[in-house]
Design a protein around this ligand. Sequence first.
Ligand code: LLP
Length: 421
Amino acid sequence: MDHFLYRDGVLCAEDVAIDDIAAAVRTPFYLYSTATLERHFRLFDEALEGLPHLVCYAMKAASNQAILKTLAGLGAGMDVVSGGEYARAVAAGVPGNRIVFSGVGKTQAEIRAALVNGIRQFNVESEPEMRAISDVAVSLGVVAPITIRVNPDVDAKTHAKIATGKSENKFGIPIARARDVYAEAAALPGLKVVGIDVHIGSQLTDLAPFELAYTKVAELTEALRADGHEISRLDLGGGLGIPYARSNDAPPLPTDYGALIKRCVGHLGCEVEIEPGRLIAGNAGILVSRVIYLKSGEGRDFLILDAAMNDLIRPAMYEAYHDIVPVMEPPAGVELAAYDIVGPVCESGDTFAKGRMMPPLAEGDLMAFRSAGAYGAVMSSEYNTRPLIPEVLVHGDQYAVIRARPTFDEIINRDTIPAWL
Ligand code: LLP
């Protein structure tokens, strides 16, 4: 459930009519609902009730400071994957002891910055990275808390570009080698092993792959304890999927996921961390755009919007489906027609949907892409020198621009001309 509903014929975000925001901010823009963000965070937090736990929001999904502050205020930790995300989390007021650092290639500079400022744990992805973390920690005279990300060789049954738990993927160390790698970690002077980490992929719509992976982690916990390691923390990653098409799919709920976690690892007495991103932010955000032109092509009609692939890359990159609805509610029972919904960028890949059945539309109409809160704004670019679009946050009957649209001059003046020109 989200807080984007039609009221008196107009799509509203909580208590604000979206056409009012569009008139003030100008399209296209991202729009987030505070109530939905909060609700989704609480669903996870409550699903793990009874276990010592920390929900570390995977801020790669949507990392605006205002979103981070909203979640941090509820007690969220953060899962970061770069020095930039670490700095953003700190700037939003998240204490280091609530930040876990994931990512396949942490640089020495990133490791140092996190150790100096404070970190809950590094989720180590490889042996060379583990040695680098130890070296940096020793040079600073501190000890780095780590988990090691194991690759359980489980098929997450999701899009190939976002599956991470098969042995052919670049992530983690093969679970079969884990005992040797933990033995080396325990011998390194700058490290303190605190647990195990796993993350098998994103947009999982079935709990079975989680169950397989978490069962393997539980077995590994026992084996590592028998080897003398103190395994007190399990980071179980993110990945729970969301409904993109309202009409059909209904992925498992956070409560089902929480029950599964309790069943698989609850008996181990470990503190549990999870790293959900998409489920917290995805349906808490929409992309609002306007129809520029209706164009009749050869046997098909194009709806040309003012948003493009640079603003929302998911359809072009993952063949992702997003519900696209008019902001003005169409009358019930109105006849639908097929449109190819596209942006103005000079690539055929700049297509959001093909043959999508839509109610009658006209130039100037406002459209909303649902489920665009996760991996939307954060993956946008200024391709075609199209300015990064604003982000807006609604809170009850208030709204605020939380990232302004840059001017053309601001964009152009980021370039510097060398002296020889
Ligand atoms: N933890 C780690 C280590 C991850 O790599 C990810 C996502 C997450 C947590 C959060 O997963 P989530 O709960 O959001 O599924 N850009 C793609 C998704 C990439 C996901 C990358 N890693 C998309 O638009 O579908």
